[in-house]
Structures are given as C-alpha cells and as structure tokens.
Design a protein. Sequence first.
Length: 225
Amino acid sequence: MLKNITILIVLVLADLVSAKSNLSTERLSQLSGEKQNSFDSKSEWDQAYSRNSFIFGKTPAKFLAENFDYIPEGSTVLDMGMGEGRNAVFLAQKGHKVTGVDISSVAIKKSYLLAKEYGVKIKGVVASLSKYQIPPESFDAIICFYFINRDIVEKMKSWLKPGGLIIYEAYTELQKTVKSHRKYEESQYLKQQELLKLFGDMRVLKYEEPLHEEKYRASIILRKE
Ligand SMILES: C[S@@+](CC[C@H](N)C(=O)[O-])C[C@H]1O[C@@H](n2cnc3c(N)ncnc32)[C@H](O)[C@@H]1O
C-alpha cells in the first residue's frame, strides 16, 4: 500500500515538473521577443518541421536552380532562413561554402540529414536573424527564400563583400488569393515591386514578378556595387 502511494506521488510530481518546463519554454519564447503569430515563431516552425518528410522538399527552388551560376565558383554563401536545407545543400553540391541560419533547431537538424544524404557539408546556425551578429563583408553571396525581415535589409547588404550577390525570392500579396495556400504571417508577403525598392541602391541583374502563375512571387538577383 505504502509502495503504491509512493509511486503515485512520484508520478504526480513528474507530471508537475513536465507541465512547468513546457510552460517555461513557451514563456521563454515570448520573452525572447519573437512574434507568436501564425508561422512566425520558433515553436511554430519547430512544430511544422517535426514531421519526417521535408515540407519544402529536397530539391532547390526553381529560380535558384535556373540561376545558381550567377554565383562565382567557390563562394562563401549565407542562406537566410535556410529551413531544411534544400537550397543550401544544392549550392554545397555546386562547390560553395554554405552557412545556413534558421531560428528552428529542428530545421537545422534536418538540413544536416539532407547534406549527409547528398554527401556534402554545410554549416548550420540556430539563431534569430534579427539578433545574430555577422561581421560586415563576410559573404560573397546571400540567398534568401521565403523569409522576409525588412528591419535587417541594411544589415544584410553590409554582410556582403563588395561585388557580392543577393538572390531573393518571396511570395507577393496576390498569393493570399490562392485557395490551397498555407497562410503565413502578414509581414511575409511582398508588396508589388517591393524588392526593387528595398534594394534600390544595388544593381539589379534580374527581376521577375509574374502575374500569370498559380504561385505569385517576386524573384531578384542583385549585385553590391
Ligand atoms: C517559409 S520557410 C523557408 C525555408 C527555406 N528558405 C526554403 O525556401 O525552403 C521560412 C524559414 O524562416 C525561418 N525563420 C523564421 N523566423 C526567423 C528568424 N527570426 N531568424 C531566422 N530564421 C527564421 C523559419 O524557421 C523557416 O525555416
């Protein structure tokens, strides 16, 4: 009888400890200053990536696959909001030295699995790009696919070496009209021609914003003069 009561007390205490640690994770996340809306916080992205499959697939974005040769051979490349590594691994296969930063530790773990599967190495960093410190002129190229943080655009430009390239693609607001589209936080949609304005002080090598596809996006390649 005494043994049963002891086991019960241990189980109740274990439950309490577990509930407390869940609560504090959530609280920590709030205190970190990350937004808690839709797909905009670490916990939501960790959860989205926690399934076994690769939610954005293992193959690179079409715009990157078609334009990767703008990036000079053997470049150092930063992948902002790398996710599960589809673009980073593709560029590593092309011989580039890729660092991917993402707020989701689950995404970074999956990117290492993908790199292993394709027999290449990438460097993954779990961090929020709003706080992560990168010295100026660290990279030959920066890629950014479907991650928008307007507050760090100027920092992003400073991270590039002179002559460096940015390849950027994100959904435009029209994408919200597509029924099957999984909604993101409002800030994650570009206004018409917005990339051209945000990067107005860089040379535009290519710009696409098609209005006739099921997927409404803007894609740009820029050079820092
Ligand atoms: C729509 S996904 C795109 C992933 C990847 N670029 C791709 O195209 O497959 C957006 C990514 O941004 C990451 N992210 C969101 N907020 C972030 C932040 N503050 N710092 C770094 N990464 C962030 C998410 O974890 C997610 O992996």
